[in-house]
Design a binder for this molecule. Structure first.
Ligand code: 9MG
Length: 281
């Protein structure tokens, strides 16, 4: 399975890791570390990126607006000022896929022009102009499911059949993208663990992952350090590595192709084990 990411092609025949680079003051796990006032700390970003690449990351996901539950919105220009210099610096120095975690059409266009290879949109191109921005580029696109908006999404998430509703939404969005001219080889789908979902919803989606993974698009999952890990293990954010690795392993074994993680080297090791088991089977 291959994913076209602008000028690069990513081989997804084995599951791979997307490292998280949050250029935000308020992300739940690493907020404030890579930002100095309104500007990114490029020196620190490059050191963190280098470490993630050495750990085995295939993709780095750069975000300028926190999507944690309750997060405040960031203005368009502020988001661009945080993210665009980072994309430019990473694309110029490293031979890997730079993904941009954004729902902002103007940033999508600027990032593609600066060398980004992927757009990761937690709103699945829901904002006006987003579909056109991605159609105008050659980048890969991750379509994620979210019920509601980050500010309020965990208030009272409700579904009749969470797995069917998430799957139908993602396949509808993927079909709309293909109709608009985005080739299927550029598309990734993501059930959006923790985005307007209770623990029971998240666990149902994890159990149903083989079905989603059989729908024809590579599946991306992100559970690293999230509250679902805390709810299961009773650990605070800093103590969630083992729980996150267990979930990453289960997801990859169930067919996920890309695992979004803060803990790149450890997650790569876990995915190597999954690949070895799958290939030995
Ligand atoms: C930005 N972001 C935070 N969590 C995420 C997840 O689970 N999936 C994707 N695609 N993006 C996420």
């Amino acid at each position: 399975m291959l994913l076209r990411c602008g000028s690069r092609v990513l081989d997804l025949s084995r599951p791979c890791v997307m490292g998280v680079l949050n250029i935000t003051p308020d992300s739940f796990s690493d907020g404030g570390e890579l930002l100095d006032g309104a500007r990114p700390r490029i020196d620190r970003v490059l050191r963190r990126a280098q470490k993630m690449l050495a750990g085995g990351a295939a993709i780095l996901d750069v975000g300028g607006e926190s999507t944690r539950p309750g997060a405040a919105r960031v203005g368009e220009q502020e988001e661009i000022d945080r993210v665009a210099p980072v994309v430019e610096a990473l694309a110029a120095r490293f031979d890997m896929v730079v993904s941009v975690d954004t729902s902002t059409p103007r940033l999508m266009r600027e990032a593609a022009a600066l060398g980004a290879g992927m757009i990761n949109d937690v709103r699945a191109l829901g904002r006006r102009g987003a579909l056109e921005a991605v159609v105008a580029s050659e980048v890969a696109l991750c379509l994620m499911h979210m019920q509601g908006e980050p500010g309020t999404m965990q208030a009272e998430p409700r579904y009749v059949d969470v797995c069917a509703e998430v799957r139908d939404f993602l396949l509808d969005r993927a079909a709309a993208c293909e109709r608009a001219g985005i080739a299927s080889e550029r598309l990734v789908i993501d059930p959006g663990f923790g985005f307007g979902k209770t623990l029971a919803h998240n666990l149902a989606l994890l159990a149903d992952l083989p079905v989603l993974a059989g729908c024809g698009y590579p599946v991306l999952v992100g559970m690293s350090r999230k509250s679902m890990v805390g709810a299961i293990t009773g650990r605070t954010v800093r103590g969630r590595l083992a729980g996150g690795l267990a979930l990453a392993t289960l997801a990859a074994h169930a067919g996920a192709r890309i695992v979004r993680s803060h803990d790149v080297a450890a997650t790569c090791d876990a995915l190597k084990v999954v690949a070895a088991v799958n290939e030995g089977a």
